[in-house]
Design a protein around this ligand. Sequence first.
Ligand code: HEM
Ligand code: HEM
Length: 416
Amino acid sequence: MTERPQSPARYHSVAIVLHWLLVGLLVYQFALGLRLDELKGGDKFVAFQLHKSIGITVLLLSLARLALRLFVPRPAEFGEGAQKLAARLVHWGFYAVMLLGPLSGWIIVSTAKIKLPTMLFGVVPWPHLPLPVAFNAPADLAHTVLVWSLPALILLHVAGVLYHWRLRDEVPGRMFAAGLAGLSGIGAGLVWLGASAGLGFAGPLPNLWAVSPAPAPIAPLLPEPAASESADAASAEPAPTESAAGAETALSCDWTVESGSRLGFATQYGGTAINGTFRKWQARIKFCADDLPHASIAATVNLASAATGDPDRDENLHGASFFDAAQFAQARFTASGFKLLGPGRYAAGGSLSLHGVNRPVRVVFTLVQSGAKATAQGTATLSRLAFGVGSDEWAATDQIPDSVTVQFTIRATRAN
Ligand code: HEM
Ligand code: HEM
């Protein structure tokens, strides 16, 4: 029962609309795909989100198109033997690209080591497939092979259509609205194809994601109480406050870190800002503004407590490619050598031990004191690669810059 009774003269109007919509999207998508590599920073992020959004749209529209193909009567197949086989191969080749192309792309982004969330057209969150990282490389290869067969299929397909036009048979008119039969339809189709390619290669990238690469939520921070170190306290000079609160005499230079403090870091992935926090850390602080030579900070940070708002990304961050928290559970920072830079502004030379590497790190901060309370806010900039954080492909700095900013806000109370 291969013959279809009463084959229609042309494709169903919905099939025709879907054919031309998919021509535009596929060709645009292919051109955009070729552009992904050369783009940088925010443009790259936008282009990737656009590529994912259009690719998933292609997948959904192609499923609708396949359903029509299977369940709605279409014009009878044309020609005999090799000609018929060639047409079938090209058409099914197209279906393979339209379905497996996007699917392989979806697998690539679902199995990437750092998974960026997909927000279709900046609006619809799209899930990742639950597949292991081992699927990444084969999917990447499959994506390349599938999408590169698209131009070849198009060439064969258009050659076939032109062949039928030369034979003056009815085939070229079957995929166009009634008024567009013949050369005008084919011409319009080719112009549409060329315009989609041009737009994909060089068109503007509509930034629908201006607000969606949301900064990761800042986790509430509960620093573990700092052990008070009082050995030097007796010899320390009294600390004048920077507020006008009045004279204080013979006060301790030890400070206890309070909740509401935050230790975080800022980096980027493919142009998207990533803000992380350490949920567990502790610090011993000894500081009297008029005795800077004896001021010191000793902090320990639990690296497995780093959180960036994405559990998959965090797992990768704690893993062997980055912090390797299983082997190097803690980072240690000690600082002394405090200097006054200006009113309420200080710098301290310190040493950071991270990931088995010990290197100098300079911290700059502002300090506001009010009675027994003080708030210090500061930053340090460090090279992650100097600490060996980010190995293999993460050692490249085109996606994740080398420079990482550590930011802290420490609220502390003077120990009695
Ligand atoms: C039919 C739809 C699609 C077409 C025609 C297409 C086309 C392309 C092209 C031409 C490239 C550059 C490939 C290369 O030169 O190696 C590319 C790369 C890429 N595409 Fe697609 N794509 C499609 C769907 C998708 C979808 C749905 C996703 C994800 C949800 C996706 C994710 C990617 C990724 C992550 C890359 C970069 C791969 C790499 O770095 O090697 N693509 N795509
Ligand atoms: C990305 C580019 C294109 C894709 C993916 C594509 C895909 C397809 C597919 C899958 C079919 C078979 C319909 C079916 O049986 O389900 C088809 C038919 C057709 N396409 Fe395309 N096409 C593309 C570009 C073009 C262009 C540029 C033209 C004309 C200039 C064209 C003209 C036609 C015509 C006339 C038919 C009907 C053939 C027949 O009745 O046997 N297509 N196309």
